[in-house]
Design a protein around this ligand. Structure first.
Ligand code: DCT
Ligand code: MG
Length: 510
């Protein structure tokens, strides 16, 4: 989630809505000169067209009332591409190859981003099959008909990174985060669940009718969606983004080692900036927070995939020096195909790491890196794993494996020189890394748990409990009816035990 992007949802005062002829002049403040939009009235209706034209112009887009040669993008709603081509033919206009024929979802996304967004496949108009049997029927892109019944559980949905509803999910995640900051867990979960289900949809919501069969959308969520459909933005989100408490919590918790409790304390003490906190003589910081402040700039700039791959090479090199048959797997967001992350997560195991016997691999790796001057901070958490412990009932519980939360000093020779390296000849970047080590027998559970997303994990565990009378966590799956642990060698087997279709890691971006 990027609240700065949300802040971009036009910082204007709410104006009375205008329709029809009272639209602002097309020439007002055109920010994006390269594209000229024409919105098709056919099947969209006059008032909705007028509303969208006005909104787009307010956001700095050039929107023409009449179709002309200068138009580069035609936006239509409820039309297939052949509908639009037929219409153009009837107007005696020949569509050039450069002319983009796009669904209204593209324009709505542009409104959310406050700038033109890249055209991808999902923005193209549906191609109507031209067999005579259905040539005269409506185009097939009627979202509700196109979608099977949507499950309320994220583990029964396929959620790729191609989010057609980002304008809504960004808004819902800002509101969820604000509830989290206010320790309202119920609303936090409700808004996260709603954002998650919208991320799985293969279409963009363009009217409230599209939301009718979607689960997990409480009234307060629908209200937000409706406002965004109508205005292109949400007043509550704008208020939250401008709220001092939200801004302070967001800022304070962006420091590694600072959680809600500390943020709350600093806010109550009247702090609003990190520089005041850092220079305060009376405050005591944990080692983690000290490191968080020291490497702040690096840690808030996202880890790129290139950087993650470079770290991966070094983790494997170090682990294999001590345990040549170890399996080292990058987990977390990068395993789900994300291009950036806040950290890089790794799961380490080997046939030699058993439930009975611990191996001091993490300690050896840490000692090695320390000798090489590659560790900026580390916290080694010892294992509290017990073979016969039943899976935790808490869906957000941390696991019991040995792990190390660390900050790695990644030298930049081989990777793209980002901002950090230009900083006065600095040749390295501080990168957050999590290393987790698990017994070989538990590797499938650990891999599934550490791949995420958090919402996906939450729903997997809820599904196991409520739909299957089983208990799942990062260590094990327990069948309460049969009163036995169910073993698994792979993630596929865990899904099969749960009676779920297998969901690939890149489809778990719930
Ligand atoms: N995880 C979990 N429950 C937690 C914490 C983590 O199930 N309380 C799982 C889900 C994702 C994985 O561990 C790694 O966690 P993060 O690194 O926090 O998440 P991420 O998806 O990798 O996100 P990012 O790309 O920001 O690192
Ligand atoms: Mg991660």
């Amino acid at each position: 989630m990027d609240p700065l992007r949300m802040a971009d949802l036009s910082p204007r005062k709410k104006r009375p809505r205008q329709t029809g002829a009272s639209m602002s002049s097309p020439s007002q403040d055109v920010k994006f000169q390269d594209l000229v939009i024409f919105i098709l009235e056919k099947k969209m209706g006059r008032s909705r067209r007028a509303f969208l034209m006005e909104l787009a112009r307010r956001k700095g887009f050039r929107v023409e009332s009449e179709l002309s040669d200068s138009v580069t993008h035609i936006v239509a709603e409820n039309n297939s591409d052949s509908d639009v081509l037929e219409w153009l033919q009837a107007q005696n206009i020949k569509a050039s190859a450069q002319l983009e024929l796009l669904d209204v979802c593209w324009l709505i996304e542009c409104m959310g981003a406050g700038k033109p967004v890249e055209v991808t496949g999902k923005h193209q108009l549906v191609v109507r099959k031209d067999n005579s049997a259905n040539a005269n029927t409506e185009p097939q892109k009627t979202p509700l008909l196109a979608v099977k019944k949507i499950s309320p559980y994220a583990c029964q949905r396929r959620t790729t990174l191609n989010n057609c509803n980002q304008i809504f999910t960004d808004a819902l995640e800002v509101l969820a985060e604000n509830y989290e900051f206010r320790e309202n867990e119920g609303s936090y979960l409700a808004f996260m669940r709603a954002a998650s289900v919208l991320k799985s949809l293969p279409f963009t919501i363009i009217s409230m009718k599209d939301t009718e069969d979607i689960p997990c959308l409480e009234d307060k969520v629908k209200y937000i969606i409706e406002e965004i459909i109508e205005d292109g933005e949400c007043s509550e989100v704008k208020a939250v983004l401008n709220d001092e408490r939200y801004q302070s919590f967001k800022l304070f918790t962006s420091v590694f080692g600072v959680g809600l409790k500390t943020a709350e304390k600093w806010f109550r003490m009247g702090f609003r900036t990190l520089s005041k906190i850092r220079s305060d003589k009376t405050l005591k910081f944990t080692q983690m927070q000290k490191a968080g402040f020291l490497y702040y700039e690096d840690l808030v700039s996202h880890v790129t995939r290139e950087e993650a791959e470079a770290v991966s090479v070094l983790v494997k090199e170090a682990v294999w020096a001590f345990l040549p048959d170890a399996f080292v797997t990058m987990t977390g967001g990068f395993r789900r195909g994300k291009k950036t992350g806040h950290d890089v997560d790794f799961l380490i195991t080997s046939p030699g790491i058993t439930e009975e016997e611990d191996q001091p691999i993490l300690l050896k790796v840490i000692n090695l890196w320390e000798r090489k001057g590659l560790l900026l901070y580390y916290d080694l958490v010892e294992s509290t794993f017990e073979k016969l412990k039943l899976p935790s009932r808490k869906v957000d519980a941390l696991d019991h494996f040995q792990k190390c939360f660390l900050i790695f000093k990644l030298h930049h020779q081989r990777v793209d020189s980002g901002k950090a390296s230009q900083q006065e000849g600095k040749t390295w970047k501080a990168i957050r890394v999590d290393l987790v080590m698990c017994p070989y027998e538990r590797r499938a559970f650990a891999l599934l748990g550490w791949t995420g997303s958090r919402q996906f994990e939450r729903d997997l565990r809820c599904y196991a409990t409520h739909e299957r009378k089983m208990a799942l966590d990062n260590h094990a799956l327990y069948d309460k009816t049969k009163r036995m642990f169910l073993k698994a060698e792979s993630e596929e087997e865990i899904f099969a035990h749960l009676g779920l279709d297998y969901i690939e890691p890149w489809e778990r971006n719930a």
